[in-house]
Design a protein around this ligand. Structure first.
Ligand code: GLA
Length: 426
């Protein structure tokens, strides 16, 4: 087997090697062996802005979820998870109608995969069954969007194992990357019950080495920005805390934002009856800082804090874009600290452990900026760090985090990497 290291990410090679062991004896070996994968993400800035129709600035990272296997001639999907050491099997027959009935019989990890297959069939795509080993190196539940990586890898695997029945490509294709992202977002909502935005799935679909993506979550227009600072590292520190509180609090934040946008629109119209443009206000993205400053005082306190954070965060994303264009990373760092303060004090989605990591990072010279990453309550922080300060940051975290929190943190250095991919073993 020639698992070309240039072609296959390391976790794909590991899964390819495992495949014949797990599925020995009962596979149609005529079909070619191959792998499909998709990356996790970090978000530089723009947290909880996606479902407010705002802006985000993520990058795909060099950590992937991967399927390694081969196509079957029928409607059956059989999976082996290397992480959970568990089989799962479902049928493509009758999807999307048979989704509910099949879902209950599957382990949680496989529901995401069934969810994506279901949403793909809902948009009219015909799929072929496959056998695959599922692997990867995105820390599960750790805030780097392991579930989005799994969903996008599923879409990529479905395209790959369906032998050209449908394709994913930038132009003139059955599905564009952002259509795939929207399909995966729906699968996530159904599988997890979280009314998530499109950030994670879009970041995974659009990844490019050395680039961050500015995405307008309303129009879905996007552009790439260089993220190349050879003397800086992107350090992700995992609190070791998983997000039990997250789904209900996330959905509650989303509702509060929608309510705040409605109230602010009504207040503007009440005070400025001739303001025709205000009738079009549909989300917090449409409220300017000036309008917020004028009318926020009339909002209930919680809604004022939630909306204030989102409006300021959207502005920080656009400021960061300008700063990236001129490689002014020290200024970007300041925006990261501010973003964290807003998430902690006004949006209230941080946690004692996340705050502790940010406080520790702040004391280390050479850390340019840090903040919590993703939905919050647990998971990890993102730290922009001068290369020569990475060791000092690691040492400070190892010395202080366990005694302050009673937990262990793990530290990872990530690079901006490419989007989904697939290849046959030659
Ligand atoms: C989670 C959601 C995303 C986004 C972030 C917060 O990761 O899945 O859609 O809302 O939280 O920015």
């Amino acid at each position: 087997m020639n698992n070309d290291a240039e072609v296959f990410p390391q976790p794909a090679q590991a899964a390819l090697e495992r495949f014949p062991i797990v599925f020995s004896g009962d596979v149609d070996y005529a079909a070619p062996l191959g792998a499909a994968w998709a990356p996790g993400r970090v978000n530089l800035i723009g947290e909880h802005t996606d479902y407010n129709d705002g802006f985000v600035l993520p990058l795909a990272i060099d950590r992937v979820a991967v399927f390694a296997g081969r196509t079957r001639g029928d409607d059956v999907v059989r999976l082996w998870s290397m992480h959970f050491e568990e089989y799962a099997q479902f049928s493509l027959e009758g999807l999307p109608v048979t989704f509910e009935q099949q879902r209950g019989k599957l382990p949680a990890w496989a529901r995401y995969i069934l969810g994506v297959a279901t949403e793909l069939t809902r948009v009219g795509v015909t799929l072929l069954g496959f056998d695959a080993v599922l692997g990867g190196d995105v820390p599960l539940g750790g805030g780097m969007s392991s579930s989005a990586a799994l969903e996008v890898a599923t879409a990529e695997a479905c395209a790959f194992f369906s032998a050209g029945r449908f394709t994913i490509a930038a132009e003139n294709a059955t599905l564009t990357p952002l259509q795939v992202a929207a399909i995966c977002q729906r699968a996530e909502q159904v599988a997890s019950g979280v009314q998530c935005g499109i950030l994670d799935q879009a970041a995974s679909c659009l990844g490019r080495p050395g680039k961050a993506v500015l995405l307008d979550c309303r129009s879905l227009e996007f552009c790439y920005l260089p993220f190349d600072a050879p003397d800086l590292s992107l350090v992700v520190i995992d609190t070791g805390v998983r997000r039990e509180l997250a789904s209900s609090a996330y959905n509650e934040r989303r509702k509060q934002c929608e309510e705040a946008a409605r109230m602010l629109r009504d207040l503007i119209l009440q005070h400025e009856p001739g303001n025709e443009a205000a009738r079009e206000i549909a989300a917090l993205r449409d409220i300017t800082q000036e309008q917020f400053d004028l009318y926020a005082v009339e909002l209930p306190e919680i809604l004022r804090r939630r909306a204030g954070y989102v409006i300021a965060e959207d502005a920080r994303v656009l400021q960061t874009v300008k700063l990236l264009e001129t490689n002014t990373f020290e200024e970007i760092g300041k925006l990261l600290w501010l973003s964290h303060a807003g998430l902690r004090d006004d949006y209230e989605v941080s946690s004692a452990e996340l705050d502790t990591l940010v406080v520790i990072a702040r004391q280390v010279q050479g850390v340019v900026g840090a903040r919590m990453l993703g939905g919050g309550f647990g998971g990890c922080t993102i730290n922009l760090v001068h290369n020569q300060a990475v060791g000092a940051l690691r040492q400070a975290v190892e010395e202080q985090y366990p005694s302050r929190t009673g937990r262990q943190a793990s530290i990872d250095i990530c690079r901006a990497a490419g989007g989904p991919g697939s290849a046959e073993v030659k």
